[in-house]
Design a binder for this molecule. Structure first.
Ligand code: SAH
Length: 254
C-alpha cells in the first residue's frame, strides 16, 4: 500500500503567511520532514512525528521522505517560502527521477508558499512590477562563472534581479563580486532593496543605491532585489519611500 507525499511551502515565517491549503496538508500528515529551523515553525499535530535534518541534506531528506511514503504513510516535506524556489520541490523530483521505478507510482503533490522575493517586494512597494528574474548566488551547485554570466545577461537585458542565498558562512566574497559585476551594466543610483528575515522576528528592510550596496549588511536570511534602469523611488513626506518598477518599459535597457 502506497501513501502520499506532499511538498509544502511554509511562506517566509509568520503563520499569517501560511496558506490554508498548506495548513491542511500539515495537519493531515503523519510524518513531517524538513530542515530543522523550518520544522521548528510547524506545530506537532497529534500522533505526528517530525524528522528534522541539517541544511545541505536535501537529497537524503527527500529520499527518506519518499521511502517513508512508499511504505504507506501520509508524509509532508516542508520548505521555507515556496518549495519550488531553490528548495525541496526540485530535490524531491530529482530523487524520484534517479530512484527506483516504484517511486514513480507515488502520489506526490506540491503546495505553494509565498517566496522570499514576494515578501520583500511587498514591504517596499512593487519593485517586481515589470520583468524580473530570480538568481541564487550560491556556487555550491553551480560554478561561479555561470553565475557571473547570468548576472551580466539579466542586468544587460533589463530584468530586475532577486538575489537568493547572497551570503553564507562559507561564501563571503561572492556578493561583493556580484555588485561589482552589476555596476558594469547599471547606473550607480539604481535602487537596491535588502530584506532580512522578512515576516519573522528581527525583520529589517532597507533601500540603498547600487553604488552604496556593498556597505549594507547581508546574511543567509537576506534577500536582495536589484532594480533595473526603470526602477524608481517615490519619496513621501513622513513615510518610507515607495520602490517600484513601472509596468511599461520605455527604453531599451543597457
Ligand atoms: N524556498 C525559499 C528560498 C530558499 S533559498 C523561498 O521560496 O523563499 C534561501 C534564501 O531565501 C535565503 O538565503 C534568503 O536569500 C531567502 N529567504 C528565505 N526566507 C527569507 C526571509 N524571511 N526574508 C528574507 N529572505 C529570505
Amino acid at each position: 500500500m502506497s501513501g502520499t507525499l506532499t511538498v509544502v511551502g511554509l511562506g517566509p515565517g509568520d503563520p499569517c503567511y501560511l496558506t490554508s491549503d498548506a495548513d491542511d496538508a500539515l495537519r493531515a500528515a503523519e510524518a513531517v520532514y524538513g530542515y530543522k529551523p523550518y520544522l521548528d515553525r510547524v506545530p506537532i499535530h497529534s500522533m505526528q512525528v517530525h524528522y528534522p535534518s541539517d541544511n545541505r541534506e536535501e537529497g537524503t531528506r527527500a529520499a527518506a521522505a519518499i521511502e517513508h511514503a512508499v511504505r504507506g504513510a501520509n508524509v509532508a516535506v516542508v520548505s521555507g517560502g515556496d518549495p519550488g524556489v531553490f528548495a525541496m520541490g526540485a530535490a524531491v523530483c530529482e530523487a524520484i527521477e534517479r530512484g527506483p521505478e516504484a517511486w514513480r507510482k507515488l502520489d506526490v503533490a506540491f503546495v505553494p508558499g509565498i517566496t522570499a522575493m514576494l515578501a520583500v517586494a511587498a514591504r517596499v512597494g512593487a519593485p517586481l512590477g515589470h520583468d524580473f528574474c530570480a538568481l541564487s548566488l550560491s556556487d555550491n551547485l553551480k560554478p561561479w562563472d555561470l553565475i557571473e554570466r547570468r548576472l551580466d545577461a539579466a542586468a544587460g537585458a533589463g530584468f530586475v534581479i532577486a538575489l537568493y542565498n547572497p551570503v553564507s558562512r562559507a561564501r563571503r566574497w561572492q556578493l561583493g563580486r556580484a555588485f561589482e559585476r552589476l555596476r558594469q551594466h547599471l547606473p550607480p543610483a539604481t535602487p537596491v532593496v535588502f530584506g532580512r528575515a522578512v515576516g519573522r522576528l528581527g525583520e529589517s528592510v532597507s533601500v540603498v543605491t547600487l553604488a552604496a550596496a556593498d556597505k549594507s549588511p547581508a546574511d543567509m536570511a537576506t534577500l536582495i532585489i536589484v532594480g533595473s534602469r526603470e526602477t524608481r523611488i517615490v519619496e513621501r513626506p513622513g513615510r518610507s519611500p515607495l520602490v517600484y518598477t513601472p509596468r511599461a518599459a520605455v527604453e531599451v535597457s543597457a
